[in-house]
Each structure stands twice: as C-alpha cells, then as structure tokens.
Design a binder for this molecule. Structure first.
Ligand SMILES: [Zn+2]
Length: 255
C-alpha cells in the first residue's frame, strides 16, 4: 500500500516528467475517477506538484489541482504517444505532445479527483500535519493526554498524515516501542525517540526512492514475516493484529 515514501517518490517522478505539460483531456471510469466533480480541464498547464500525507496534488494553471489517492496498489506512469496503456489503467490524463499519464491500480481503491484549493481540501479532510515535516514539539502536543495505542495513533491520518502499516512498524522498531503500548505509558525519553524515528525512517525511505531492496539490513521492514528474525538481536519476530492488519515487532528489543 503506497504510504508517504511511495507517494513522495511518485511526486518526484511527476516533477521529472510532466511539469509544463498542457492537458488535452482526462478519461476514466468511476469509481477511480470523480467525473461528477471533474471540470473540463483541457488547456490547463501543470505547474507544480505537492503532497500531504498520502495525497498527491498536481497544481494547474489556471489555479486548481488534480488530487490522487493511491489506495492499495495505485501508481502513475507516463506513456509515449503510440504505446498501449499499461495493465490495470483506470484513468488517463492526455497531453498536447501526445504523451499520456496512466493511473494504474489493480485493486481499484485509488481515486482521482479535482479540487479548487488543495489547502482547503486538507482542512476539510481534517488531516494531521504531514509526517515528514512534523516537529518534535508538534509531535509532543499531538500525543499529550492521549491513551491511544501507539500504532493506532500512528495510523490515524487525522493525527499525523502519511504513515501506514509498514512504516509504523519500522518507526516503532527503531524507537523500541511495542505496537500495542498505550501512549500514556510511554516515558518521555522513548517519546523523544519515537518523534525522531518518524522523520528519520521516512526521509531514509524517500532518499532510497521507496525501493525495499535498498532498505538497511538493520530495519525490520524486510523481516515482516512470521518466520523471520530480528535484525538486531536475532530473536524471532512476533506479530499482533492491529486495526485488522498484522504489526510485526521484536519482543526483546521493543518494550
Ligand atoms: Zn530484537
């Protein structure tokens, strides 16, 4: 499932491929594409991109934005004029030079829509601060007084936007905190470790273009499997169900 590092990697890909392109049309079918609210955008030019949490915005001139959410399997790929659409293409943005941006999504949970104002969109969705930019002070204020289980807190996009199941496991592993710990029971030094682990893990993943093959051997992400062992102590990793999905952790290294 695309989390912040994957979406940021797609954003950087768009910056290399589609800036200053003129849109000639957008096609696709519901539910992937929000046709009812998608105006005629032919003639609009792509100026910039932006991201908040797992949402990717493509800013247009005249001013408005396309907004993408990638669900479980969404991705974007630029295809040349005569090339066929890639497999699982759900929507296509066509450009004046004949190339097309294909929105592929085998599981169909991804969405493409249009918003007049992306900051208003973030506010209406009540998204928390973007996980890559949240300061330690802001993190402290977000957790203050909360009795929530720490993994549920990390997954809650209204608290911090961008972290999903996989990166939450890594952040907790690096901070030495078990996924079902209550925020209320985590001492101050560990909360500081957690606040530092969030940007560290996400920045490292972004720098590695969200390619799991290059993630450090010291990370638990490559070991998220029942028969794997902790990269730190060598004990078997454990898993526990949180929010309907497995959280992986090391019972020895995480308190
Ligand atoms: Zn361990």
């Amino acid at each position: 499932m695309p989390e912040l590092p994957e979406v940021e990697t797609i954003r950087r890909y768009l910056n290399r491929t589609v800036l200053e392109q003129t849109i000639t049309g957008i096609s696709g079918s519901a539910p992937t594409i929000d046709q009812e609210h998608l105006p005629l955008l032919a003639g609009s030019v792509i100026r910039t991109t932006a991201r908040h949490g797992k949402y990717l915005f493509v800013d247009l001139d005249p001013g408005s934005s396309l907004v993408f959410h990638f669900g479980m399997t969404g991705d974007l790929l630029l295809v040349a004029g005569d090339d066929p659409d890639p497999p699982y293409t759900r929507a296509v943005v066509s450009f004046a030079d004949g190339s097309r941006l294909a929105f592929t999504d085998s599981r169909r949970f991804g969405r493409l829509g249009w918003v007049p104002d992306r900051e208003a969109f973030v506010g209406e969705r009540r998204l928390g601060p973007d996980a890559l930019t949240v300061s330690r002070e802001r993190f402290r204020s977000l957790v203050e007084g909360s009795h929530q289980r720490v993994k549920m807190f990390l997954l809650d996009q209204h608290r911090i936007a961008g972290i999903g199941n996989i990166y939450a496991d890594e952040v907790l592993f690096q901070a030495g905190i078990r996924p079902l710990s209550s925020l209320h029971d985590i001492d101050s030094p560990r909360l500081s470790l957690l606040a530092a682990a969030i940007p560290h893990v996400l920045r490292t993943a972004v720098d590695l273009a969200a390619d799991f093959d290059y993630y450090p051997d010291t990370w638990i992400i490559p070991r998220r499997s029942p028969d794997e062992r902790c990269p730190c102590c060598g004990d078997p990793v454990s898993r526990v169900m949180v929010a309907g999905r497995y959280a992986y952790f090391c019972p020895f290294c995480q308190e």
